[in-house]
Design a protein around this ligand. Sequence first.
Ligand code: FES
Length: 179
Amino acid sequence: MGIRDLFKRRAEHGGLRSYAKQKMKAALGGQDAPPSSPERASSSKERQLPTAPDAEGRVAVAWSADLAEGEARTVLAGDAAVAVFRVDGQLFAIDSACTHEDGPLGEGTLEGGVVTCPYHDWRFEVRTGRCLSHEDRDVACYQVVEQDGVIRVGARTSSGTGERGGAHDDGLEVIVKQV
Ligand code: FES
């Protein structure tokens, strides 16, 4: 992707953070964008997720039925935007914000336990949070469990990095900053 394409994409989405917020709102059932399927709309509208944390402090973020095998979803766990994945029957949760430029990893492409960021194709292992595209750019991981048909996310199990920026696939370098 060239720099013109990058700026065009940013303009279309009103900025990367704005785009991520729009995607988050849609994922949480906001009115700016429809859910991705009628089934999901039905399940989230007809039932209310439990509001109380479980005994371990994990909060309900989604119904189990709303995350099929091989799928990804962005959820809100407390103040944290978290990307949850189901791979080979297991759940994994990592920070939703890509460590390149905050792209929404919960909207990425999941293949073989690796999610590819929808913005510039950086790749991350969902089991470990390890960034396969850039050294020292791992994302944080979270506890995630499934109880009584509900997916719950708990505390971080790894910290990841707060740094951002780095090379795009087209060689464009952006400023590295601490978030
Ligand atoms: S924002 Fe994820 S690869 Fe650029």
